[in-house]
Every structure is written in C-alpha cells, then in structure tokens.
Design a protein around this ligand. Structure first.
Ligand SMILES: [Zn+2]
Ligand SMILES: [Zn+2]
Length: 183
C-alpha cells in the first residue's frame, strides 16, 4: 500500500488492520478508530469514556503525512497499549505497567507528537502536486505573485497552516496577516 493513505477512511482501515497484527491483549472489536484532520501536535490519542467504557483511538492525519509508515505503526502500538490499559484497568498512563508493554512492543514511553510547519506553499496548476514548507515570512511568503511553482512554473498559493488562511498576492498576505491572531 502507498504511504500515507490517500484518505482518512483508508488511514482508519489501515490502522484497524495493522492493529490485528500487534501482540497486545486489547479487545480490538471494542476499539473505535477516528482520524482527526485538525490535530497538530499529538500523533495519536486514546480516549476513554468512563461512563460507557468505550475506547477510541484517534490518529492525526497530518502525522501520517509526516511520519514514515514504520514510525506511524509505533504510534498505533503506543495507543493500543493505552486501549488495553483502559479496558483492563479503567485508567491509562506511562507508568511501570505501560513501560513493560512499551518495552515489549518497542515503542516510546511518551505520547508520540509531531509538529507542522507554519506555512505551506501549494502549486495552483491542476495535476501538479508540488508543495513546500516555510516557517518564516520571507519574500516567498509575502510576495508570491513574483514567484512560481518549483516544478511546473505556475502560480502557487500560500497557506497559514494553523488558521487555514490562504493567499496568492502580497495584498492577500497583508489581509491574512491582519486576520490571523496567532501567527
Ligand atoms: Zn501515551
Ligand atoms: Zn506546479
């Protein structure tokens, strides 16, 4: 299979299938899977509803884009240990019980995180999938009409990742910058 999966549904299906290959005692039929398009820091999270006992593993679509498949498999294993803890003990953490399983399954003992770039550039041409990442407001970001896609030479669009604001001109940049509270 290609990595990352092309859609959230496919990512969820991949995770469900991968979980079946992991040697963990979690009751997988009782685990729900979600993909978050918005999560920007935590690559995975295990959510427990103490009222119903329901356990949900939520995976960040943006982490799947940034991690290798092997690294993302480790995210799934990490969250599966939490799922097992919630199912067995009604609580989860990174203490001795977790570390024992983490050691066995070769995963980190802190919840896996990732970071996204502040800015992304996308080509506007149909069929061109060029994109680039930027952290600072250089001329590439503030004056995009003077520059072109690095692959095909078409215009590109700048996106401020956290807010979703986009622009293609320096006037557009100034307007967006005014609206964005958290640069
Ligand atoms: Zn954790
Ligand atoms: Zn292009």
């Amino acid at each position: 299979m290609d990595w990352p999966p092309a859609t959230d549904d496919r990512l969820r299906e991949w995770a469900r299938r991968y979980a079946r290959t992991v040697d963990v005692d979690a009751a997988l039929d009782a685990v729900s899977w979600e993909v978050s398009a918005r999560a920007k820091r935590r690559a995975g999270a295990c959510i427990h509803d103490p009222e119903t006992g329901a356990v949900t593993i939520r995976l960040a679509a943006r982490a799947a884009e940034r991690f290798s498949r092997e690294a993302f498999e480790a995210v799934v294993r990490h969250e599966l240990i939490h799922a097992w803890e919630y199912q067995q003990f009604g609580e989860a953490g990174h203490g001795r019980r977790f570390r024992k399983q983490a050691d066995r399954l070769n995963v980190e003992t802190t919840c896996p995180t990732f970071s996204v770039p502040r800015l992304r550039l996308y080509c506007t041409a149909a069929g061109c999938d060029w994109s680039a990442e930027r952290h600072r407001a250089s001329a590439v970001v503030t004056d995009p009409e003077d520059r072109r896609c690095g692959a095909c030479g078409a215009r590109y669009e700048v996106e401020h990742v956290a807010s979703g604001e986009t622009w293609r001109t320096s006037a557009g940049y100034r307007g967006a910058r005014d609206r964005i509270e958290d640069w």
